[in-house]
Design a binder for this molecule. Structure first.
Ligand code: SF4
Ligand code: SF4
Ligand code: SF4
Ligand code: FES
Length: 757
């Protein structure tokens, strides 16, 4: 928007507003309430509800303020008898076919239609014609639908198109028979539920939570998602110690994601109160024997005595400590402290899918935030698939292209769905993504790079030209395909491409909610595979907090250990060979912080008391340390741990929980930016690796199905029955009238098993 200011008069008061500003936004920013249904900032205009009417001097009739751009000298009236009468009539029309069943509607109590109807008061129902009744139904395992409540504002269809790029839901039929739905009646989409979130009425509803609670019964707690590295802010709705639902609605939260969540964040929470959560500490007194329930005191004492014994005989380095990138900064910090200050072992690691250590060691510029991505002018994505693995980033990329005219350059072995939005797709052979980094560093190796990647040299020149000619921000994003040397070069690209008209920002795409925090807490001392390989040889005891991620890192060596201590939510392949198991509390039961891929450190807040006898991971580590004679002094709260983090870890210096209170203004940690480096060694290493690649590998031709990563069953999503249906191909049920979960049979051990499509 222009920086030039113009004068607008609203209800007799003068305002200076930026030229090009939209009237509805200007009115609202200046506290003149304008009712609306279809207007939604940052979505294409719909202008169908006509609730936002205003009178503008010299215009013949009332105008929709959502479609008006302010002009100099404009004189506007937002409140008058005439306007109120028109708005009241619009509402009366919207309610003409409405079932008026608020007492049984899941949205009742937080419905925009209900709220505006109350606001306008004494609305008379003058339409006495029979209503055009339509039955309630399901559109998918996640999305329930009551078509008669629809006011046709089309927020749902626009978010599906513009945020998700899926166009899965549309208005069908004509006139009074128009309904929102999908071809064939069954949604085969990414099941994000954003159409539910933005629906201002009870038309689209959370199918997993339907009829379970009324909104006013829920205690809302603002917290951070525990799945991917995007770190969406969300509101956890709990009742009586049970986590009932998760939403991102603006009225509770105003985080970096607005009203966006993906399927995992929104629907992936039923693991929290799942019946299979570990109930008590468990001890296996004899190898090969059973895990026996124990008290906390017994289990901590047993673990400490066994640990002491192994370390006394085998030495400190015979113990390896491994943390999951799903844990909080506080838990990971305590784990490292346990390794280095209690046991004094050099063997500690984080079990991540890939390490970003080389990237952060060479960081030559700022991390791009999600806001930066939305407003970037060129985005270069090397490897990765954000739509499936970091869906908020995927949405920001799509909106930057669609609403901001950004260019996307995709360098990928797979024609991922974002290819449709890309201005340039460099389709490379599998395993050659690091070669692209060589081309970004300069043109000296273009012939070699093009040959190995299976592309034309011109494509590489075009890539560099687009970046150089960009006026505005350039963002480099990358996935786990890059080698350590390539990561180091990407980290220095801001020095290579920084120009007059552009900032060059970086956005790594790690897989887990606290992959970056785990690096910051310096837990990634060793490679977890090296430690696992040493299990039973130089490593005789292991202390693992959280699952080993990803599962393929697990190996038989764990059973060769003299002592394995695990803290977990569920019994897993790891706990199956553990000697001591501590029940850990989930993200919904604890206070703490995660650091996302923007470098934002964001709060987790306790929504419910720890389930069963579970305890926060940081507290379990502290209690074990105390039993071994070292008092961390943290037993009072997670904020005490965070204070020590802020005192000892430079990037977190001076931070405190009270400074992280406002999720609408997240705090970016101060990752050290290093000076421009000579990259000759890394470039030579990449060149050698590229020379070793074949010239003729086959390319992947097919675009993967929506949900191929999102719907995969993991330890957590496995506990959500609806995910089983999706993982089985989302079979279209014979009837849409009842919950599609009827397709899941319950076997004699009361295990739910999905019917395979
Ligand atoms: S759940 Fe998401 S992808 Fe599916 S129809 Fe709704 S908005 Fe579109
Ligand atoms: S389903 Fe909801 S969001 Fe979609 S058009 Fe109807 S009222 Fe609007
Ligand atoms: S995009 Fe990532 S952080 Fe956001 S809701 Fe989905 S999994 Fe959670
Ligand atoms: S908000 Fe302006 S027409 Fe709907």
């Amino acid at each position: 928007m222009s920086t030039e200011l113009i004068k607008v008069t609203i209800n007799g008061k003068d305002f200076q507003v930026p030229k090009g500003a939209r009237l509805i936004d200007v009115c609202r920013e200046n506290h003149f309430d304008i009712p609306s249904f279809c207007y939604y900032a940052d979505l294409a205009l719909q202008a169908s509800c006509r609730m936002c009417l205003v009178r503008i001097e010299k215009m013949p009739k009332l105008q929709t303020s959502c479609t008006i751009i302010c002009t100099d000298g404009m004189v506007v009236t937002t409140q008058s008898e005439e306007i109120e009468k028109a708005q009241r009539s619009m509402l009366e029309f919207l309610l003409a076919n409405h079932p008026l069943d608020c007492p049984v509607c899941d949205r009742g109590g937080e419905c925009e239609l209900q709220e505006l109807t109350f606001d306008w008061g004494n609305l008379e129902e003058r339409f006495i014609e029979t209503k055009n009744a339509r039955p309630e139904k399901y559109l998918s395992p996640m999305v329930a639908n009551d078509p008669q409540r629809c006011i046709l504002c089309k927020r749902c269809t626009r978010v599906c198109d513009e945020w998700m790029g899926e166009d899965a839901i549309e208005a069908g039929n004509r006139g009074a028979n128009t309904v929102i739905g999908t071809y064939g009646g069954w949604l085969n989409c990414s099941q994000c539920g954003n159409c539910i979130e933005v629906c201002p009425t009870g038309t689209l509803l959370d199918g997993t939570y339907r009829h379970q609670a009324r909104p006013w019964e829920l205690t809302q707690t603002v917290s951070t998602c525990n799945y991917c590295s995007d770190g969406c802010q969300m509101s956890l709705g709990s009742r009586g110690g049970e986590l009932m639902r998760i939403v991102a609605r603006d009225r509770y939260v105003n985080g970096l994601n607005g009203e966006f969540l993906c399927i995992k964040g929104r629907f992936g929470h039923p693991f929290v109160n799942h019946e299979k959560r570990i109930r008590t500490p468990l001890i296996r007194y004899n190898k090969g024997g059973k895990l026996i329930p124990a008290t906390w005191d017994e289990a901590i004492r047993f673990a400490a005595q066994k640990l002491d014994a192994v370390v006394a005989v085998r030495g400190s380095d015979s113990l390896a400590v491994v943390g999951s990138p799903r844990l909080t900064n506080e838990a990971l910090y305590c784990l490292r402290k346990f390794a280095t200050e209690v046991i004094e072992t050099a063997n500690y690691a984080v079990a991540d899918a890939f390490s970003l250590k080389p990237f952060f060691e060479n960081l030559g510029g700022a991390l791009a935030t999600h806001h930066d991505i939305r407003h970037a002018k060129t985005i270069v994505l090397i490897g990765g698939e954000p739509e499936e693995l970091q869906p908020l980033t995927g949405k920001q990329v799509r909106q930057a292209i669609r609403n901001g005219g950004a260019k996307l350059i995709l360098i990928n072995r797979v024609p991922i769905r974002l290819r449709e939005q890309a201005s340039q797709f460099i389709h490379v052979r599998p395993g050659t993504e690091s070669a692209a980094v060589l081309a970004l560093a300069g043109n000296a190796d273009d012939g070699l790079v093009a040959r190995k990647m299976g592309v034309e040299a011109d494509e590489l020149e075009q890539l560099r030209t687009t970046i150089r000619e960009t006026q505005g921000d350039v963002i480099f994003m990358f996935g786990g395909e890059l080698s350590a040397d390539a990561q180091a070069v990407v980290a220095q690209l801001p020095y290579i491409f920084a120009g007059a008209g552009s900032r060059v920002l970086l956005h790594p795409l790690p897989l887990f909610n606290n992959s970056i925090g785990a690096l910051d807490m310096e837990v990634a001392g060793q490679s977890v595979s090296v430690l696992l390989d040493a299990a039973g040889a130089s490593v005789h005891a292991m202390y693992i907090a959280g699952s080993l991620l990803p599962a393929q890192l697990l190996n038989d060596n764990l059973s060769k250990l003299e002592l394995l201590i695990v803290q977990e939510l569920f019994e897993t392949d790891t706990t199956a060979v553990a000697d001591v198991v501590f029940p850990a509390a989930s993200f919904a039961e604890i206070d703490g912080t995660y650091t996302n891929n923007d470098g934002f450190v964001q709060r987790l807040r306790k929504s419910i008391e720890p389930v069963n006898q579970s305890k926060p991971d940081w507290l379990i580590v502290s209690q074990l340390a105390k039993e071994l004679g070292v008092d961390f002094g943290f037993e009072l709260s997670a904020s005490a741990v965070f204070r020590e983090i802020a005192d000892r870890i430079t990037a977190y210096a001076d931070l405190r929980y009270p400074l992280l209170k406002d999720e609408s203004g997240p705090v970016q940690v101060k990752h050290k930016v290093v000076a421009k480096r000579d990259l000759a060694v890394e470039i030579a290493a990449i060149r050698r690796a590229v020379e070793g690649l074949t010239n003729d590998g086959a390319k992947v031709g097919e675009t993967p199905q929506v949900g191929h990563e999102l719907f995969k069953l993991g330890t957590l999503t496995d506990k959500v029955p609806q995910f089983h249906l999706l993982a089985a191909g989302n079979p279209t049920p014979e009837t849409f009238a009842i919950s599609p979960l009827y397709q899941i049979t319950i076997d004699k051990e009361l295990q739910r098993e999905p019917v395979v499509a």
